[in-house]
Each structure stands twice: as structure tokens, then as C-alpha cells.
Design a protein around this ligand. Structure first.
Ligand code: ADP
Ligand code: MG
Length: 388
């Protein structure tokens, strides 16, 4: 964990304030992520290429003996109240989702934890991953919670099962039918590497990303269009429909040739959704090859194609993200830029020569019609324990 010392300091301070001046005994962190390419491919069994960020969710806490779980979040963007209390789940008395909605991510992980029973505990959550910004604050919260539970009552330590349990928590308690990318990278992220993840076999290939001449610039548009909730499951359904019409288990198994041959069996919209997924999976493996070869120009071109496909075929971009990408591409030294995450707002990711990073930021600051926030980031470690 690098830049997140202040998140930990915050978490400890709020713990003392919330729990009678006590010091927490345990601390853990789990990172957010940025996806370099491979968007909306994970739930189609395709490839993704994310890296873990130095932005993290920290959870500090102490076990208690009364069977009660008491959790406080410091996140301003979370819905009220920011403190929840409930009984640790027992046989025949499982947890159920409810309000506030932020607590569902935590409850879901407790309910799906693979080694129990979980004792009572007091905990504070603090994070510098922006909430709802497409950098996966949700998975970092789930994975931080799971990592904390591993300290209280250890499971077998299997990282893949850990990520899958966190995904299940998001499906069943937050009602978001997400793919596996976010939880996977938050668990398995590697310093200095992006990870090519095959979301079908769950095979991971780490790709070094430490060239000092290269910068990964994240730009938060700070807009969030309230479409994500309904549009995400709708895209998932369309992909399933398209795969079925093509006689495939998932779009991972379909080629553009398959799609063209059966175009007449699909609605025009379903056809375009499938075209995005099929071409995006191919772009992601090409991008991994380009990264290995140090061919950033080729990588950048693929990022731009990815953005255009998300904008036109998948229709998950928005004017603010399109504007940020266009403005970034005007700067010499920028290799490529695209929206990242689910879409309808949130962030763009830009691959840029280190010497051009400042002028790219300046251009976006001056010309973007909204107000942007910037993060210059490095590929970071997956979740872990903090020494308090
Ligand atoms: P993203 O994962 O891209 O940030 P999501 O909509 O998937 O966006 O998840 C955001 C939600 O996750 C928040 O609205 C909140 O409910 C929950 N969340 C994330 N981080 C925290 C946190 N530190 N404290 C409380 N809730 C959080
Ligand atoms: Mg999320």
C-alpha cells in the first residue's frame, strides 16, 4: 500500500471516536482498479486487462465477544446512516440486504464468507477510491471486508474462491450482476504489472508495466448518469440472447464471421452489442501482445477503438467521457484514451508519454466543460494486511 497512509490514519481516528477511544487491533486494505482495455467482456467469458491502483479501501477493527457487528464508514458519498449494527449471522438466521445500501456490500461478504462462524466485531471503513467512479470502490470494499474476516477466522486462503465469494456478495446483496474482473484484480493485483485475465478459465498472466517513460493517467469526469442500475443488467441480457441465437455458450466462443452469418436472427441492437463484445475480446489479447512488445502506439490505437465501440455499438459512454477522450487525443505524446469501467460517467484512462502527462492534464483542466479530477497511477499490490 503506498499513497494510502492518510486513509489508515483517518480510519484509526474515526475508530477511536466511534468506539470509546479504543485502538483497532487489525487492519487490512484492498485496492480499486483501472481497466486498461477489455470492457464489458468479463461476463461474456472474455479477456480483461486491469491493474490494481494505489487507491484503496482500508478496514480497521477489533473482534468482540457479544456477537454484534458494528460498522462505520467515513465515506461522504455513502447513503445514511453511516453506522450500522446487526447480529453476526448464525445457522437459521442469515443476513439479508436492506438499508443503508452501502452496508449490503459488507453484509453480503459476511454472509458468503467461506469459513465461519464469524464473531462479532467493531470496524471502520475508510477509502480514497471514489465511490461510483468506475474504479471499483465496490469490489475494494468487498475484498477489504473478506480480508478482514480472514484475520478473524482464517479460511483456506484460496484467492480465486475469495474473489468468487465477493462477486456472489455483489450479486445477491447489492443486486448488481457484475462479472469477475473487479474482485479478481483487487485480490490478485501485482505491483508493477497489469494482469491479463481470462474470465472463463480464470487464468492470469501478469504483464510488466514499469516503463518510466510511460504514465497511466486516470481522469474522473465527476459525472454519474443514473442509468447504470438498469442498463448494466440489460446489456448482460442482450449478450446472453445474442450468444443463444448464435448457438454458443457465451460470446467468447463466437467469431465476427459467426455473427455476420446469423445477423438476420438478431435485432439490430443485439447485433451491435455482440459486435462490441467480440471485437473487444480480440482487441484485449492484441493489446496484451502490444504491451509485451513495448508497442505503446499499437496499444493506444486499440484503446481508441475500444472507446469508439463502447460509444457506438455498446452505447455505454456519455458526452462527458467522449469529450475527455477527444481532448486527450489532441495532445502530442498521448498514445490512447478511453472510458473505463461500466460507463455512463466515471473515469477515462489515458496512456501517455511521461513527458506529456502534465500538458495532458493541463489541456483537460482548461478545455473540459466539466470539472475533472486526475490520478497519475502505478500498478499496485492486491489486498493485504496492514501492520498497526
Ligand atoms: P464503483 O465500484 O465503480 O465505485 P459501484 O456503484 O459499483 O461503483 O459501487 C459504489 C457503491 O459501493 C457506493 O454507492 C457504496 O454503496 C459502496 N461503497 C464503496 N466504497 C464504500 C465505502 N468506503 N463506504 C461505504 N460504501 C462504499
Ligand atoms: Mg462497482
Amino acid at each position: 500500500m503506498s499513497s494510502s497512509g492518510c486513509v489508515l490514519v483517518d480510519a484509526r481516528r474515526v475508530f477511536a471516536e466511534s468506539f470509546g477511544g479504543a485502538e483497532p487491533q487489525l487492519g487490512v486494505f484492498a485496492p480499486g482498479r483501472v481497466n486498461l482495455i477489455g470492457e464489458h467482456t468479463d461476463y461474456n467469458g472474455g479477456f480483461v486487462l486491469p491493474m490494481a491502483l494505489p487507491l484503496v479501501t482500508v478496514l480497521v477493527g477489533t473482534p468482540t465477544s457479544d456477537g454484534k457487528i458494528s460498522i462505520v464508514t467515513t465515506a461522504e458519498g455513502a447513503d445514511a446512516p453511516h453506522r450500522v449494527e446487526f447480529e453476526a449471522p448464525q445457522d437459521g438466521r442469515p443476513l439479508t440486504p436492506g438499508n443503508p445500501s452501502w452496508a449490503n456490500y459488507v453484509k453480503g461478504v459476511i454472509q458468503h464468507y467461506r469459513a465461519g462462524p464469524v464473531p462479532g466485531f467493531n470496524a471502520v471503513i475508510a477509502s480514497d477510491v471514489p465511490l461510483g467512479g468506475g474504479l471499483s470502490s465496490s469490489a475494494s470494499l468487498e475484498v477489504a471486508t473478506y480480508t478482514f474476516l480472514q484475520q478473524l477466522c482464517p479460511d483456506d486462503g484460496d484467492p480465486v474462491q475469495k474473489a468468487l465469494s465477493c462477486q456472489r456478495a455483489e450479486h445477491t446483496f447489492a443486486g448488481v450482476p457484475c462479472g469477475i474482473m473487479d474482485q479478481f484484480i483487487s485480490v490478485l493485483g501485482r505491483e508493477g504489472h497489469a494482469l491479463l485475465i481470462d474470465c472463463r478459465s480464470l487464468e492470469v498472466t501478469p504483464l510488466p508495466l514499469t516503463d518510466p517513460g510511460l504514465v497511466v493517467l486516470i481522469t474522473n469526469s465527476n459525472v454519474r448518469h443514473e442509468l447504470t442500475g438498469s442498463e448494466y443488467p440489460a446489456r448482460r441480457r442482450q449478450c446472453e440472447e445474442a450468444a443463444k441465437a448464435l448457438g454458443k455458450e457465451s460470446l467468447r466462443d463466437a467469431s465476427l464471421g459467426d455473427l455476420e452469418a446469423l445477423k438476420a436472427c438478431l435485432t439490430e441492437e443485439c447485433y451491435r452489442r455482440a459486435r462490441h463484445v467480440i471485437t473487444e475480446i480480440a482487441r484485449t489479447t492484441s493489446a496484451a501482445r502490444a504491451l509485451k512488445a513495448g508497442d505503446y502506439r499499437a496499444f493506444g490505437k486499440l484503446m481508441v477503438q475500444s472507446h469508439n465501440s463502447l460509444r457506438d455499438d455498446y452505447e455505454v459512454s456519455c458526452p462527458e467521457l467522449d469529450e475527455l477522450v477527444s481532448l486527450a487525443l489532441e495532445v502530442s505524446g498521448v498514445y490512447g484514451s478511453r472510458m473505463t469501467g461500466g460507463g455512463f460517467g466515471g473515469c477515462t484512462v489515458t496512456l501517455v508519454e511521461a513527458s506529456a502527462a502534465d500538458r495532458t492534464k493541463q489541456q483537460l483542466q482548461e478545455k473540459f466543460s466539466g470539472s475533472a479530477t486526475f490520478y497519475i497511477t502505478k500498478p499496485s499490490e492486491g489486498a493485504g494486511v496492514l501492520l498497526l
